[in-house]
Design a protein around this ligand. Structure first.
Ligand code: MLT
Length: 202
């Protein structure tokens, strides 16, 4: 997969950056810098193109996902992280996903398909990736969800459902709300930074 890797301090995690629809692997680099400049970064471009807009998996309509493709792309991303850890020599056990919108959805899908896939996840404006699926055990995976009260793409019910499903699978969830729409705001970035700093004292 097309990507950027930036090596950080060995004592720090690797941030897996996953952009929104129409984005690229460049988009979330400033966010990673805000959260922890010393972390390594693996920033990936989605392999699917929707009318030229990169995405991480196909959709049939706005908010309606192609579940076969989602499963296939989730496995592809999972394999890519494993291979990148070997190629670049970062600790596979210490990968924190930071995703926005479509990127948050594939990060959520990683957690819906695999245990031990992420050390933690910061999901900005995610949806429930798949419904009626039994989740693997994601005990002790800390997850921050950030959401907007007035987000038309990801309505509050999606956030509440995702929180419930991940909690039932054992994850520890924090939710940060703002009163805006689907955009990723500065206060969300700061909330992500503060949340991250409380994880094991990074
Ligand atoms: C998706 O398709 O993943 C969600 O609708 C968010 C987005 O618009 O990318």
């Amino acid at each position: 997969m097309k990507h950027i890797f930036k090596e950080g301090l060995k004592s720090k995690p690797t941030f897996l950056l996953l952009h929104g629809t129409g984005g690229t692997e460049q988009d979330l680099l400033p966010l990673a810098d805000i959260i922890d400049q010393e972390a390594s970064v693996l920033s990936v471009r989605g392999n699917v193109s929707e009318n030229g807009m990169p995405r991480f998996f196909k959709r049939l309509a706005e908010g309606v996902f192609d579940l076969e493709d989602l499963k296939f792309r989730t496995e592809e991303l999972h394999n890519f992280i494993d291979k990148a850890a070997k190629d670049y020599g970062f600790d596979r056990e210490n990968v924190i996903a930071i995703g926005y919108s479509n990127g948050a959805n594939i990060a959520g899908s990683l957690l819906f398909h695999y245990s031990n896939v992420l050390k933690a996840a910061i999901l900005h404006h995610p949806m429930v990736p798949i419904r009626n699926k039994e989740l693997p055990d994601v005990s002790n995976v800390p997850v921050l969800i950030t959401a907007g009260d007035n987000d038309p793409i990801c309505p509050p019910q999606e956030t509440n459902d995702l929180e419930k499903l991940l909690k039932e699978a054992g994850a520890s969830i924090d939710v940060y709300w703002h009163s805006q729409g689907h955009q990723l705001t500065q206060d969300e970035a700061q909330a992500a930074k503060q949340w991250y700093e409380k994880l094991k004292g990074y």
